[in-house]
Design a protein around this ligand. Structure first.
Ligand SMILES: NCc1[nH]cc(CCC(=O)O)c1CC(=O)O
Length: 322
């Protein structure tokens, strides 16, 4: 008999929901017992704006617990992971992705097009603010933070102070709250964040049996899509600090699978909006992402924003709110 596997998780409703889901999948695939171990991160302990806490606050405590052998594996929202990776750790599985699109939750059941000029739309991500501004609907995009429930209350609660909020559909789906969505946003209007809707299941790279067992949860098409999206992000991070969106879809071509990657870099005020796409084979996912990023840079992605640290700087101003 082997000891139960310890799955480290944040205590938020969303983290518990996704960890519980992965725990069930691990039990089903391996027959092993799994227990949840709550890990409190700096991001949970502090109410300071995420932009001040910096990228990765929600991730580093889980990684520390993995490296300290306090837990055996962890589940992250893939889009919250820094592109760098962590020494000694390995993403053993990328389970099937939830719907990666963004969703609008608005008062009176409204869609984006039905919001009047001047309507206030809350979101934490500069990527979403930039794309809302690019729509030209005269919406007032407002930075907000907090958990999914408190964000929804900003638009639908008794003390609502906004007309709408934009959230990842995946988070609402995992919490069983898709009924509150008033419009699922077409990627033509609101291209999702790289890896949105996907999870990363991480363990120590030297835990060879566990690496093998967790791999049973891996979904190759999701891994290919996320690889392309994050290769684009990583390449742009070196050359540009603008809001970045990326979404890869896999489709059955005539005689083989094809990957269709879209990428966008948008200025925060929406006045500049560079969008490109590229296709290829899933095996070349990383190269497709890098090549599309290079094309975006050639078209001026690096010149979209002012100086580093200026008003549009993604990492410094908004950190891991994406
Ligand atoms: N930015 C925080 C965050 N990180 C992961 C999700 C849930 C969706 C996902 O797993 O991609 C959310 C909430 C949101 O963006 O609305």
């Amino acid at each position: 008999m082997s000891a139960p596997l310890r799955l480290g998780t944040r205590g938020s409703a969303l983290a518990m929901a996704q960890s519980g889901h992965v725990a069930d999948a691990v039990r089903a695939a391996t027959g092993r017992e799994v227990e949840l171990v709550e890990v409190i991160t700096a991001g949970d302990r502090s109410s300071a704006p995420v932009q001040r806490l910096g990228v990765g606050v929600f991730v580093s405590a889980l990684r520390d617990a993995l490296l300290a052998r306090e837990i055996d594996f962890a589940v992250h929202s893939y889009k919250d992971l820094p592109t760098g990776g962590e020494g000694g750790l390995h993403i053993a599985a990328v389970p099937p992705r939830e719907d990666p699109r963004d969703a609008l939750v608005a008062r009176d059941g409204r869609t984006l097009a039905e919001l009047p000029p001047g309507a206030t739309v809350g979101t934490g991500a500069l990527r979403r603010i930039a794309q809302l501004n690019a729509l030209g609907l005269q919406l007032t995009a407002q930075p907000i933070r907090g958990n999914v429930d408190s964000r929804i209350r900003r638009a639908l609660g008794a003390d609502a102070d906004l007309d709408a909020v934009v959230l990842a559909r995946a988070g609402l789906a995992r919490l069983g709250r898709t009924a509150e969505i008033t419009e699922t946003l077409d990627p033509m209007l609101m291209l999702p964040a790289p890896a949105q809707g996907a999870l990363a299941v991480e363990c120590r790279i030297d835990a060879l049996d566990l690496v093998e067992q967790l791999a049973l949860l891996d979904h190759a098409p999701t891994r290919a899509a996320v690889t392309a999206e994050r290769a684009l992000l990583a390449t742009l991070e070196a050359g540009c600090s603008a809001p970045v969106a990326a979404y890869a879809e896999l489709a059955e071509g005539d005689d083989r699978e094809e990957i269709y990657l879209r990428g966008a870099v948008i200025s925060p005020d929406g006045s500049r909006d560079i969008r490109l796409s590229r296709t290829g084979t899933p095996a070349d996912a990383a190269e497709i992402g890098k090549a599309l990023a290079a094309e975006l840079l050639e078209l001026g992605a690096d010149s979209i924003l002012g100086p580093p640290g200026g008003p549009g700087t993604r990492t410094q101003q908004f950190g891991s709110t994406e």
